[in-house]
Design a protein around this ligand. Structure first.
Ligand code: PHE
Length: 343
């Protein structure tokens, strides 16, 4: 190595060194390689020591050549070292100073928030919480609610039927829960039921084929329309604030008699008239009435002097009024910008 020839072989030396480097598997092999080429008694030391023996014209060029070969190999050595260090076992590689990934904080859906608020209000009055199936039979959704087959009132709800014979359907309201509860529990009882309901409606700013309702039912001896009024006025004032005014108008539902439609003074304009209330100053918010004797009969409640009231309201509508949301579709679009506002 220590002669002129070895300088001519420099390229071969570099080539061999590069090849060996590529095959290195760990840092101890790499260290062996470093000693072999760059150690005190290594190949480059011996090549360098041969320079003085060259003729003076050859020396500068030889120096430059050796230096650039050394530089190239040193760079490749460092790169390899880097790669091998990264491959080391993960315990050694963990960097405890890197800031952690903060999980995104979820927020409750506005429908959940309003539902919980409604539940809390009725719990104050001693109402229990019940549920019923989303797939109902014709009996519970219509028949037991005093709407026999071909009853025109069935047209009040555009229904999703699940079979040709129209025996199964997606419940159009939560009122079937009234019947299910009365079949299981004998009076006195006071319950609410919250859940999904389905109607063959368009999907636009004010309609959705799926939405939520809250149903209420109170049955006991001597329950009167005054009890209905007291409970609903309390509920609406808790929900919308004590300043809200409540209006009862006569209405019709096959399963209540008498029936009422209940409105509150517009929460946006306080009754002065605006776009939200269609200049009426009132917002219709609940359907209600005294439980029809036929519903008691169909539910198996036959005791004397038993009366009751029932009511139903749309949760989306309540949420829209409470939060000032003008498009029902917002609830179902999963737009994070919308949902985050309820965090
Ligand atoms: N179920 C009725 C509806 O969906 C609301 C209602 C419930 C009315 C209970 C009276 C009594 O429109």
């Amino acid at each position: 190595m220590c002669d002129e020839k070895s300088l001519e072989n420099l390229e071969k030396v570099v080539e061999g060194a590069v090849k060996e480097l590529e095959e290195m598997k760990d840092s101890s092999e790499l260290e062996q390689w470093r000693i072999k080429y760059f150690g005190r008694k290594g190949i480059f030391a011996s090549i360098t020591s041969s320079i003085p023996r060259l003729s003076s014209e050859l020396r500068p060029a030889a120096g430059t050549k050796i230096n650039s070969a050394k530089k190239q190999l040193t760079r490749m050595f460092e790169e390899k070292l880097n790669i091998l260090q990264k491959k080391k076992s993960p315990e050694v590689d963990v960097n405890f100073t890197i800031p952690g990934i903060v999980p995104e904080r979820a927020s409750l859906h506005p429908i959940t928030l309003v539902s919980r608020e409604i539940v809390a209000i009725f719990q104050k009055l001693g109402f229990g919480i019940h549920t019923g199936p989303e797939i109902e039979t014709d009996f519970y959704n219509f028949e037991a609610l005093n709407m026999p087959e071909d009853h025109p009132a069935r047209d009040m709800w555009d229904t999703f039927y699940l079979d040709e014979k129209k025996r199964f359907l997606l419940r159009t309201h939560t009122s079937p829960v009234q019947v299910r509860v009365m079949q299981k529990i004998s009076p006195p009882l006071r319950i609410i039921a919250i859940g999904k309901t389905f109607r063959r409606d368009a999907f636009d700013a004010s309609h959705s084929p799926v939405f939520h309702q809250v149903e209420g039912l109170m049955v006991d001896t001597g329950i009167t329309f005054s009890n209905l009024k007291a409970v609903l006025v309390f509920f609406l004032k808790e929900l919308f604030g004590s300043g809200v005014r409540v209006r009862f108008l006569p209405s019709y539902f096959p399963f209540t008699e008498p029936s009422a439609e209940i409105s509150i003074s517009c929460v946006i304009c306080d009754g002065k008239g605006c776009q939200t209330c269609g200049n009426a100053g009132w917002l219709e918010i609940l359907g209600a009435g005294m439980v029809h004797p036929e519903v008691f009969r169909k539910s198996g409640v036959e005791c004397k002097n038993i009366t009751g009231f029932a009511f139903g309201a749309g949760i989306e509508r309540i949420a829209m009024l409470k939060y000032g949301i003008d498009d029902i579709r917002q609830f179902y679009l999963n737009d994070m910008r919308f949902l985050r506002q309820f965090g």
